[in-house]
Write a protein that binds this ligand. Structure first.
Ligand SMILES: Nc1nc2c(ncn2[C@@H]2O[C@H](COP(=O)(O)OP(=O)(O)OP(=O)(O)O)[C@@H](O)[C@H]2O)c(=O)[nH]1
Ligand SMILES: [Mg+2]
Length: 301
């Protein structure tokens, strides 16, 4: 039988559930998620091979408006990473949050203007939809916004209609040999995945201010077979943030470390010895060179 293979970009404004959707489709956690907007900062590839068909999903950072407090080099980087993912794809999944259309959804729509590939619109989080009778008129309104290959209400969290979404996407994958071995699930390194797990635990545990100003650098990743030794450096912008991250008597950082380690052990199927450090590096998130050295420049396909 002929093989099929294609790229599928998952785009949308921050927090609509893009990473949750990709993980649900893959049946495995590859991309980190949290209740906070701007959790994903890079393109993250998730590969799913079913028989002769290979889907190469690209999860992307939430496309956002660069307002006064979100106008740093890192914001530009994130928006670029999302926009670049739209190039040369075979299908786009545009995710929105139920019936909430915001100005940022318009920004996403705008980025799709010149996209030739079919765009499937998915309304996520329908498990939270209060009044389902409003859905039909809303779908009609959405159809006027642009041409969509299909519009589907889904729940990424519970899996509702996700197989139907995948079947829709499959229609648009062209014939071609598989880009990746059939058992490969991502093209991201283990180093990247463990750094992301640390960031996720911080995003999930800390207050509003800090997470956007924290990044993680893996200083050591030494695989000794049954035990993997990992040293992760968390970089923040200000001494006050370092204090918050460490917490009273170090209890915050210990909790982050414990949760991250447990997930790393699952992901790597090995025992993990994890060391976490916090360092202040002023201005890293608005400094192109610093960002580059921290790995914020590898998103070009
Ligand atoms: N109730 C409900 N919650 C969901 C659903 N999908 C995602 N969520 C929640 O929405 C929040 C954001 O999910 P993410 O997957 O991190 O969203 P994202 O679009 O990747 O966000 P960014 O990476 O910040 O752009 C998390 O708390 C998810 O658990 C859903 O179908 N139903
Ligand atoms: Mg995400």
């Amino acid at each position: 039988m002929t093989q099929r293979c294609g790229f599928v970009a998952i785009v949308g404004r921050p927090n609509v559930g893009k990473s949750t959707l990709m993980n649900r489709i893959l049946g495995q956690k590859i991309s980190i998620t949290s209740r906070r907007p701007q959790t994903t900062r890079h393109q993250v590839t998730g590969i799913k091979t079913e028989g002769e068909t290979q889907f190469i999903y690209v999860d992307t950072p939430g496309i956002h408006r660069q307002t006064k407090d979100r106008n740093k080099a890192i914001n530009r980087f994130m928006n670029q990473a999302a926009t670049q993912a739209l190039r040369d794809v075979d299908c786009v999944v545009f995710l929105i949050d139920r019936m909430r259309w915001t100005r940022e959804d318009d920004v996403v729509l705008d980025k799709l203007t010149h996209v030739q590939a079919p765009v499937v619109l998915a309304l996520n989080k329908v498990d939270w939809l209060e009044d389902k009778t409003e859905l039909l008129p809303w779908l009609e309104q959405l159809q006027k916004k642009r041409e969509f290959a299909a519009i589907l209400p889904i729940s990424a969290k519970h899996g509702t209609n996700v197989p139907e979404l995948e079947a829709e996407i499959a229609k648009y994958l062209p014939e071609g040999v598989h880009h990746f071995p059939d058992d490969q699930i991502t093209d991201r390194s283990q180093r990247f995945l463990v750094a992301e797990l640390v960031r996720e635990k911080v995003m999930r545990q800390l207050g509003d201010e800090l997470p956007y100003q924290m990044t993680v650098e893996i200083e050591e990743f030494r695989d000794e077979g049954r035990i993997v030794h990992i040293s992760a450096l968390m970089l923040v912008e200000r001494p006050g943030q370092k204090k918050i991250l460490i917490g009273e008597k170090g209890d915050r950082i210990k909790k982050v470390g414990r949760e991250a380690r447990l997930e790393m052990e699952k992901a790597l199927d090995a025992k993990v010895m994890l060391n976490l450090w916090v360092k202040v590096k002023r201005g890293w998130s608005d400094d192109e060179r610093a960002l580059k050295s921290l790995g914020y420049d590898h998103d070009k396909r």
